[in-house]
Design a protein around this ligand. Structure first.
Ligand code: PHE
Length: 332
Protein backbone atom coordinates (compact mmCIF):
# COMPACT_ATOMS: atom_id res chain seq x y z
CA UNK A 1 0.00 0.00 0.00
CA UNK A 2 2.86 2.38 0.83
CA UNK A 3 4.32 1.73 -2.63
CA UNK A 4 0.95 2.42 -4.16
CA UNK A 5 0.77 5.72 -2.26
CA UNK A 6 4.16 6.80 -3.62
CA UNK A 7 2.94 6.07 -7.14
CA UNK A 8 -0.30 8.03 -6.64
CA UNK A 9 1.65 10.93 -5.15
CA UNK A 10 4.04 10.99 -8.09
CA UNK A 11 1.23 11.04 -10.63
CA UNK A 12 -0.71 13.71 -8.67
CA UNK A 13 2.39 15.93 -8.50
CA UNK A 14 3.05 15.35 -12.21
CA UNK A 15 -0.55 16.38 -13.05
CA UNK A 16 -0.27 19.51 -10.88
CA UNK A 17 3.08 20.54 -12.32
CA UNK A 18 1.88 19.81 -15.82
CA UNK A 19 -1.14 22.14 -15.54
CA UNK A 20 -0.48 25.28 -17.59
CA UNK A 21 -3.59 27.26 -16.63
CA UNK A 22 -5.75 27.73 -13.54
CA UNK A 23 -8.54 25.79 -15.31
CA UNK A 24 -6.13 22.95 -16.03
CA UNK A 25 -5.02 23.03 -12.42
CA UNK A 26 -8.63 22.70 -11.24
CA UNK A 27 -8.86 19.51 -13.27
CA UNK A 28 -5.58 18.23 -11.79
CA UNK A 29 -6.97 18.94 -8.33
CA UNK A 30 -10.11 16.86 -8.94
CA UNK A 31 -7.98 14.10 -10.43
CA UNK A 32 -5.57 13.94 -7.47
CA UNK A 33 -7.79 14.78 -4.45
CA UNK A 34 -11.39 14.50 -5.71
CA UNK A 35 -14.01 11.88 -4.85
CA UNK A 36 -12.79 9.31 -7.36
CA UNK A 37 -9.08 10.15 -7.09
CA UNK A 38 -6.77 7.15 -6.32
CA UNK A 39 -5.74 8.73 -3.00
CA UNK A 40 -9.40 9.06 -1.96
CA UNK A 41 -10.08 5.47 -2.93
CA UNK A 42 -7.06 4.35 -0.85
CA UNK A 43 -8.45 6.34 2.06
CA UNK A 44 -11.78 4.52 1.80
CA UNK A 45 -9.97 1.18 1.79
CA UNK A 46 -8.12 1.99 5.05
CA UNK A 47 -11.08 0.77 7.07
CA UNK A 48 -10.62 -2.78 5.88
CA UNK A 49 -6.99 -3.00 7.07
CA UNK A 50 -5.88 -4.57 10.36
CA UNK A 51 -5.59 -1.91 13.12
CA UNK A 52 -1.78 -1.78 13.24
CA UNK A 53 -1.37 -1.49 9.47
CA UNK A 54 -4.25 0.97 9.27
CA UNK A 55 -2.54 3.40 11.63
CA UNK A 56 0.70 3.39 9.65
CA UNK A 57 -0.98 3.62 6.27
CA UNK A 58 -3.29 6.41 7.55
CA UNK A 59 -0.31 8.43 8.68
CA UNK A 60 1.46 7.92 5.37
CA UNK A 61 -1.66 8.86 3.46
CA UNK A 62 -2.08 12.08 5.45
CA UNK A 63 1.51 13.08 4.71
CA UNK A 64 0.99 12.39 1.01
CA UNK A 65 -2.20 14.43 0.95
CA UNK A 66 -0.47 17.31 2.75
CA UNK A 67 2.38 17.34 0.23
CA UNK A 68 -0.02 17.18 -2.72
CA UNK A 69 -2.09 20.05 -1.24
CA UNK A 70 1.02 22.13 -0.62
CA UNK A 71 2.15 21.57 -4.20
CA UNK A 72 -1.33 22.51 -5.40
CA UNK A 73 -1.25 25.79 -3.43
CA UNK A 74 2.19 26.66 -4.73
CA UNK A 75 1.20 25.95 -8.34
CA UNK A 76 -2.03 27.95 -7.92
CA UNK A 77 -0.06 31.00 -6.79
CA UNK A 78 2.42 30.54 -9.63
CA UNK A 79 -0.25 30.29 -12.32
CA UNK A 80 -2.33 33.16 -10.89
CA UNK A 81 0.72 35.41 -11.01
CA UNK A 82 1.56 34.32 -14.55
CA UNK A 83 -1.99 34.95 -15.72
CA UNK A 84 -2.05 38.38 -14.08
CA UNK A 85 1.22 39.32 -15.73
CA UNK A 86 -0.06 38.13 -19.11
CA UNK A 87 -3.24 40.13 -18.69
CA UNK A 88 -1.28 43.30 -17.84
CA UNK A 89 0.80 42.91 -20.96
CA UNK A 90 -2.28 42.24 -23.10
CA UNK A 91 -4.20 45.22 -21.72
CA UNK A 92 -1.33 47.70 -21.73
CA UNK A 93 -1.98 50.99 -23.52
CA UNK A 94 1.03 52.83 -24.81
CA UNK A 95 0.18 56.40 -23.90
CA UNK A 96 3.47 57.71 -25.22
CA UNK A 97 2.39 56.92 -28.73
CA UNK A 98 1.70 60.14 -30.68
CA UNK A 99 -0.20 59.76 -33.92
CA UNK A 100 1.82 61.38 -36.66
CA UNK A 101 -1.01 61.88 -39.15
CA UNK A 102 -3.10 64.23 -36.98
CA UNK A 103 -2.81 68.01 -37.39
CA UNK A 104 -2.02 69.65 -34.04
CA UNK A 105 -3.42 73.15 -33.60
CA UNK A 106 -1.87 76.15 -31.90
CA UNK A 107 -2.96 79.42 -30.31
CA UNK A 108 -4.62 82.00 -32.58
CA UNK A 109 -2.30 84.76 -33.75
CA UNK A 110 -4.17 87.32 -31.58
CA UNK A 111 -3.89 85.05 -28.53
CA UNK A 112 -0.18 84.67 -29.21
CA UNK A 113 0.23 88.46 -29.33
CA UNK A 114 -1.92 88.89 -26.18
CA UNK A 115 0.17 86.38 -24.21
CA UNK A 116 3.46 87.80 -25.44
CA UNK A 117 2.32 91.30 -24.43
CA UNK A 118 1.43 90.06 -20.95
CA UNK A 119 4.91 88.53 -20.66
CA UNK A 120 6.58 91.76 -21.74
CA UNK A 121 4.61 93.93 -19.30
CA UNK A 122 4.86 91.47 -16.40
CA UNK A 123 8.61 91.51 -17.06
CA UNK A 124 8.50 95.31 -16.67
CA UNK A 125 6.74 95.02 -13.29
CA UNK A 126 3.08 95.33 -14.28
CA UNK A 127 0.28 93.11 -12.97
CA UNK A 128 -2.61 91.84 -15.14
CA UNK A 129 -6.07 93.30 -14.36
CA UNK A 130 -9.50 92.45 -15.75
CA UNK A 131 -12.95 93.92 -16.13
CA UNK A 132 -16.32 92.83 -17.58
CA UNK A 133 -17.13 93.03 -21.29
CA UNK A 134 -20.68 94.21 -20.51
CA UNK A 135 -20.14 97.53 -18.67
CA UNK A 136 -22.15 100.31 -17.13
CA UNK A 137 -22.17 103.58 -19.05
CA UNK A 138 -20.74 105.16 -15.90
CA UNK A 139 -17.53 103.04 -15.96
CA UNK A 140 -17.19 103.27 -19.74
CA UNK A 141 -17.94 107.03 -20.07
CA UNK A 142 -18.90 109.23 -17.07
CA UNK A 143 -16.06 108.09 -14.81
CA UNK A 144 -13.65 108.63 -17.71
CA UNK A 145 -14.65 112.30 -17.89
CA UNK A 146 -17.14 111.78 -20.74
CA UNK A 147 -20.47 113.06 -19.32
CA UNK A 148 -23.81 112.38 -21.06
CA UNK A 149 -24.09 114.50 -24.20
CA UNK A 150 -20.30 114.81 -24.55
CA UNK A 151 -19.43 114.65 -28.28
CA UNK A 152 -16.77 112.00 -27.57
CA UNK A 153 -19.54 109.50 -26.78
CA UNK A 154 -20.61 109.53 -30.43
CA UNK A 155 -17.09 108.69 -31.58
CA UNK A 156 -17.22 105.34 -29.83
CA UNK A 157 -20.09 103.82 -31.86
CA UNK A 158 -21.45 102.14 -28.78
CA UNK A 159 -23.38 98.88 -28.78
CA UNK A 160 -25.97 99.07 -25.99
CA UNK A 161 -27.34 96.05 -24.14
CA UNK A 162 -31.03 95.66 -23.27
CA UNK A 163 -30.53 95.59 -19.49
CA UNK A 164 -31.63 98.11 -16.89
CA UNK A 165 -32.70 101.65 -17.85
CA UNK A 166 -32.14 102.39 -21.57
CA UNK A 167 -28.51 103.39 -22.22
CA UNK A 168 -27.23 102.20 -18.84
CA UNK A 169 -25.53 98.97 -19.97
CA UNK A 170 -23.26 98.55 -22.97
CA UNK A 171 -20.51 96.40 -24.43
CA UNK A 172 -17.36 98.24 -23.41
CA UNK A 173 -16.01 100.33 -26.27
CA UNK A 174 -12.47 100.34 -24.87
CA UNK A 175 -10.51 98.77 -21.99
CA UNK A 176 -10.26 102.14 -20.16
CA UNK A 177 -13.13 101.28 -17.72
CA UNK A 178 -10.68 98.75 -16.19
CA UNK A 179 -8.69 101.83 -15.02
CA UNK A 180 -11.72 102.91 -12.98
CA UNK A 181 -12.45 99.45 -11.59
CA UNK A 182 -8.84 98.94 -10.56
CA UNK A 183 -8.60 102.35 -8.86
CA UNK A 184 -11.85 101.70 -6.97
CA UNK A 185 -10.59 98.25 -5.89
CA UNK A 186 -7.01 99.03 -4.93
CA UNK A 187 -4.96 101.67 -3.20
CA UNK A 188 -2.06 103.23 -5.13
CA UNK A 189 0.66 102.66 -6.15
CA UNK A 190 -0.94 100.82 -9.09
CA UNK A 191 0.92 99.33 -12.06
CA UNK A 192 -1.47 97.26 -14.21
CA UNK A 193 -2.12 96.24 -17.78
CA UNK A 194 -5.57 95.03 -18.80
CA UNK A 195 -5.89 93.12 -22.08
CA UNK A 196 -9.43 92.43 -23.24
CA UNK A 197 -12.14 92.31 -25.86
CA UNK A 198 -13.90 95.51 -26.88
CA UNK A 199 -16.87 96.26 -29.17
CA UNK A 200 -17.87 99.04 -31.56
CA UNK A 201 -20.69 99.41 -34.05
CA UNK A 202 -18.38 99.40 -37.05
CA UNK A 203 -18.79 98.02 -40.55
CA UNK A 204 -15.95 95.53 -41.00
CA UNK A 205 -13.27 96.50 -43.50
CA UNK A 206 -9.55 95.88 -43.83
CA UNK A 207 -8.72 98.11 -40.85
CA UNK A 208 -11.90 97.86 -38.69
CA UNK A 209 -13.79 95.01 -37.04
CA UNK A 210 -16.77 95.39 -34.67
CA UNK A 211 -15.03 93.17 -32.09
CA UNK A 212 -11.37 93.68 -31.39
CA UNK A 213 -8.86 93.57 -28.57
CA UNK A 214 -7.09 96.28 -26.63
CA UNK A 215 -4.45 96.42 -23.98
CA UNK A 216 -4.82 99.14 -21.37
CA UNK A 217 -1.98 100.31 -19.12
CA UNK A 218 -2.30 102.33 -15.92
CA UNK A 219 0.37 103.57 -13.54
CA UNK A 220 -0.63 105.55 -10.44
CA UNK A 221 2.24 106.60 -8.20
CA UNK A 222 3.97 109.60 -6.67
CA UNK A 223 5.49 112.16 -9.07
CA UNK A 224 4.67 110.32 -12.29
CA UNK A 225 5.48 112.42 -15.35
CA UNK A 226 5.06 112.37 -19.12
CA UNK A 227 8.71 111.27 -19.30
CA UNK A 228 7.80 108.09 -17.37
CA UNK A 229 5.04 107.43 -19.91
CA UNK A 230 7.32 107.99 -22.91
CA UNK A 231 10.05 105.83 -21.34
CA UNK A 232 7.60 103.00 -20.61
CA UNK A 233 6.29 103.01 -24.18
CA UNK A 234 9.82 103.03 -25.59
CA UNK A 235 10.89 100.15 -23.31
CA UNK A 236 7.82 98.17 -24.34
CA UNK A 237 8.41 98.87 -28.05
CA UNK A 238 11.97 97.54 -27.95
CA UNK A 239 11.02 94.59 -25.81
CA UNK A 240 8.06 93.50 -27.95
CA UNK A 241 9.19 94.40 -31.48
CA UNK A 242 12.92 94.07 -30.97
CA UNK A 243 16.00 96.26 -31.18
CA UNK A 244 15.78 98.90 -33.92
CA UNK A 245 12.11 99.72 -33.27
CA UNK A 246 11.33 103.06 -31.60
CA UNK A 247 8.30 105.03 -30.45
CA UNK A 248 7.15 108.64 -30.49
CA UNK A 249 4.28 110.61 -28.99
CA UNK A 250 2.17 113.06 -30.99
CA UNK A 251 -0.26 115.51 -29.32
CA UNK A 252 -3.86 114.35 -29.45
CA UNK A 253 -7.09 114.66 -27.46
CA UNK A 254 -8.78 112.17 -25.11
CA UNK A 255 -11.27 113.34 -22.46
CA UNK A 256 -9.68 111.04 -19.84
CA UNK A 257 -6.08 112.20 -20.21
CA UNK A 258 -4.48 115.65 -20.11
CA UNK A 259 -2.15 116.10 -21.85
CA UNK A 260 -3.00 113.36 -24.34
CA UNK A 261 -0.97 111.82 -27.11
CA UNK A 262 -1.10 109.30 -29.88
CA UNK A 263 1.86 106.94 -29.99
CA UNK A 264 3.52 105.61 -33.11
CA UNK A 265 6.07 102.89 -33.70
CA UNK A 266 8.96 103.40 -36.10
CA UNK A 267 10.05 100.29 -37.96
CA UNK A 268 13.70 99.70 -38.93
CA UNK A 269 12.84 100.83 -42.49
CA UNK A 270 11.98 104.26 -41.04
CA UNK A 271 8.19 104.22 -41.57
CA UNK A 272 5.89 105.17 -38.68
CA UNK A 273 2.75 103.27 -37.72
CA UNK A 274 0.07 104.65 -35.43
CA UNK A 275 -0.57 102.21 -32.57
CA UNK A 276 -2.55 103.72 -29.70
CA UNK A 277 -3.44 106.54 -27.34
CA UNK A 278 -1.97 107.65 -24.04
CA UNK A 279 -1.58 110.55 -21.66
CA UNK A 280 -1.50 111.76 -18.07
CA UNK A 281 -4.68 110.61 -16.31
CA UNK A 282 -7.14 113.51 -15.94
CA UNK A 283 -7.73 114.61 -12.29
CA UNK A 284 -11.48 114.00 -12.74
CA UNK A 285 -10.73 110.37 -13.63
CA UNK A 286 -8.52 109.90 -10.56
CA UNK A 287 -11.30 111.39 -8.43
CA UNK A 288 -13.89 109.03 -9.99
CA UNK A 289 -11.55 106.20 -9.03
CA UNK A 290 -11.41 107.44 -5.43
CA UNK A 291 -7.82 108.71 -5.72
CA UNK A 292 -6.67 112.16 -4.58
CA UNK A 293 -5.11 113.97 -7.58
CA UNK A 294 -3.21 116.27 -5.21
CA UNK A 295 -1.28 113.31 -3.83
CA UNK A 296 -1.01 110.95 -6.79
CA UNK A 297 -0.23 111.34 -10.48
CA UNK A 298 -0.86 108.77 -13.17
CA UNK A 299 -0.40 107.90 -16.81
CA UNK A 300 -2.45 105.56 -18.98
CA UNK A 301 -2.17 104.11 -22.45
CA UNK A 302 -4.25 101.85 -24.66
CA UNK A 303 -3.72 100.21 -28.01
CA UNK A 304 -5.22 97.57 -30.28
CA UNK A 305 -3.77 94.07 -29.97
CA UNK A 306 -5.14 92.98 -33.35
CA UNK A 307 -3.47 95.90 -35.10
CA UNK A 308 -0.25 95.17 -33.32
CA UNK A 309 -0.36 91.50 -34.39
CA UNK A 310 -1.25 92.56 -37.94
CA UNK A 311 1.73 94.91 -37.93
CA UNK A 312 4.13 92.34 -36.54
CA UNK A 313 3.08 89.62 -38.98
CA UNK A 314 2.36 91.89 -41.97
CA UNK A 315 -1.35 90.92 -42.14
CA UNK A 316 -3.07 93.43 -44.42
CA UNK A 317 -6.74 92.69 -43.68
CA UNK A 318 -7.94 92.54 -40.04
CA UNK A 319 -11.01 90.54 -41.07
CA UNK A 320 -8.73 87.54 -41.62
CA UNK A 321 -8.33 87.41 -37.82
CA UNK A 322 -12.03 86.60 -37.40
CA UNK A 323 -12.89 84.34 -40.35
CA UNK A 324 -10.90 81.48 -38.77
CA UNK A 325 -9.72 79.99 -42.04
CA UNK A 326 -7.23 77.38 -40.90
CA UNK A 327 -5.14 77.83 -44.05
CA UNK A 328 -4.64 81.45 -43.01
CA UNK A 329 -4.18 80.85 -39.27
CA UNK A 330 -1.71 77.98 -39.66
CA UNK A 331 0.83 80.43 -41.13
CA UNK A 332 1.45 82.08 -37.76
N1 PHE B 1 -9.29 104.26 -24.65
C1 PHE B 1 -8.65 104.94 -25.77
C2 PHE B 1 -9.22 104.37 -27.07
O1 PHE B 1 -9.85 103.36 -27.06
C3 PHE B 1 -7.17 104.72 -25.75
C4 PHE B 1 -6.50 105.38 -24.58
C5 PHE B 1 -6.28 104.68 -23.43
C6 PHE B 1 -6.10 106.71 -24.65
C7 PHE B 1 -5.67 105.28 -22.33
C8 PHE B 1 -5.49 107.31 -23.58
C9 PHE B 1 -5.27 106.60 -22.42
O2 PHE B 1 -9.05 104.94 -28.12
Amino acid sequence: MIDQLAEHEASAIAAIDGAETLDGLAEAKTASLGKSAPLTIVQRQLGSLPAEERKEAGKALNEVRRRVEARLDARTAELAEAERAARLVAERLDLTEVPTDVAVGHAHVVTQAWEELEDVFVGMGFRIAEGPEAETDWHNFDALNIPPGHPARDGFDTIYVDHGPPGSTLLRTHTSPVQIRTMLDEDPPIHIVAPGRVFRRDTPDATHTPVFHQLEGLVVDHDISLADLAGTIEAFTESYFGAGFHSRLRPNYFPFTEPSAEFDIQQPDGTWLELGGCGMVHPNVLRAGGIDPEEWTAFAFGFGIDRLAAMKFAIDDLRELFTNDVRFLSQF
